[in-house]
Design a protein around this ligand. Structure first.
Ligand SMILES: Cc1ncc(COP(=O)(O)O)c(C=O)c1O
Length: 376
């Protein structure tokens, strides 16, 4: 069976976790601090704050942006449900906009149409690792005095106009779930250049505590913590961070290997008129967190049948990115909205296996079976 994805973890990560466990300090502590420093350096920001996952990162981003009840936040429906859930956590209203079918990212014209007096922010997703047009969206946000929060759950290691994703906006949220390019089991982080955001994010991820466990532990004087506001337990552990430190060292190499495989897929499919491969504009650099193909109407086989036949050959695939507004949790509230492009892309795209390392023989087998099925 060829899986859809596999994390690239080795004995090095296991050794790091082992050493941390035996060090006696296993929750948020020195390894988290080191990991944060390394992330900030890698991305090129002043600060990085490690948290338990990207969903909690997004929740905190909403809180520090002071988005609250009744505010509207524009985001795609073509995304993982956590994108919209984070908006709901602060009782704000997700307003779903259409996407560009070739990049899977927000369509700026539709976003502009959906701006109202209640709009506070645009939640810009870099879907499956392909950067959205951050400059264009930042100009739009400036024009209407809106905030930009980036949902870069899938985009660790991607770049936009020569700078790593994480470097462009005040709040950029990442995931380290095993389905992402690097992983800590579960995990996430936020990057920012704003000191005020950094200080508040640190408070909010740890119960609003004025002094963290580590500071209290190493202090030569007795110190007492205060709880300055109602916070959360959104900590990453030192065990996870020690794995993350090793993963981060390998990130650029993993991304370059993923890109080689993605380009081989491009080559294999580019001349088949009813297959649309992902579009990467000049200056954009995707980590290819997933490899998605859109099947045009005249594709001789339906997406679901194609998935079944691939599975019969022992090859896992996944449906395209979900639509949030059609999920049971959202359906009733959003029954009257119309997002035909989003629905069409979700229903007619397929994700193919992409992981590092992928053997030549696995790659050839996937492509040959895929072509055999669709060209039959
Ligand atoms: C676009 C997007 N946002 C948010 C998330 C949530 O990330 P996590 O699983 O780390 O909470 C995901 C996860 O798949 C995602 O794809």
């Amino acid at each position: 069976m060829i899986p859809i994805s596999k994390p690239f973890l080795t004995a090095e990560e296991a050794q790091q976790a082992y050493d941390t466990i035996l060090s006696g300090w296993i929750t948020q502590g020195p390894k988290v601090t080191e990991f944060e420093k390394n992330i900030a350096e890698y991305v090129g920001t002043k600060y990085a704050i490690a948290v338990s996952n990207c969903t909690t990162a997004l929740h905190l981003a909403m809180l520090v942006s002071e988005i609250s009840a009744g505010d509207e936040v524009i985001c795609p429906s073509l995304s993982y449900i956590a994108t919209a859930n984070a908006i709901k956590y602060v009782n704000a209203i997700p307003v779903f906009a259409e996407i560009n079918p070739l990049t899977y990212n927000l369509d700026i014209d539709d976003v502009e149409r959906k701006i109202t007096k209640k709009t506070k922010a645009i939640l810009l997703v870099h879907q499956i690792g392909m950067p959205a047009d951050i400059d264009e969206f930042s100009s739009l946000a400036k024009k209407y005095n809106l905030k930009i929060i980036e949902d870069a759950a899938c985009a660790v290691g991607s770049s936009y106009k020569g700078k790593k994703i994480g470097n462009h906006s005040d709040l950029v949220c990442f995931s380290l779930h095993p389905r992402k390019v690097i992983t800590t089991g579960d995990g996430g982080f936020i990057t920012t250049n704003r000191e005020d955001y950094y200080e508040r994010l640190k408070l909010l991820r740890q119960h609003g505590m004025s002094v963290n466990d580590r500071e209290r532990h190493v202090s030569k004087k007795v110190i007492f913590e205060n709880h300055l506001e109602i916070g959360y337990n959104y900590r990453l552990t030192d065990i996870q961070a020690s794995v993350g430190i090793k993963q981060l060292e390998k990130l650029d190499w993993i991304v370059s290997e993923r890109r080689k495989i993605a380009h081989k897929y491009h080559e294999a499919f580019k001349n088949i008129s009813y297959l649309k491969i992902p579009q990467e504009e000049n200056g954009y650099y995707s980590n290819y967190q997933s490899y998605s193909i859109y099947l045009e109407k005249n594709c001789p086989i339906s997406r679901n049948e194609l998935m079944q036949q691939m599975l019969n050959f022992g090859i896992a695939t996944r449906r395209g990115i979900m639509t949030i507004h059609r999920e049971i949790a959202y359906k009733k509230e959003f029954q009257n909205i119309s997002l035909p492009i989003t629905e069409n892309v979700s229903d007619n795209s397929i994700l193919l296996p992409l992981f590092v390392p992928m053997s030549e023989s696995d790659f050839d087998y996937i492509v040959s079976k895929f072509l055999e099925i669709i060209l039959k």
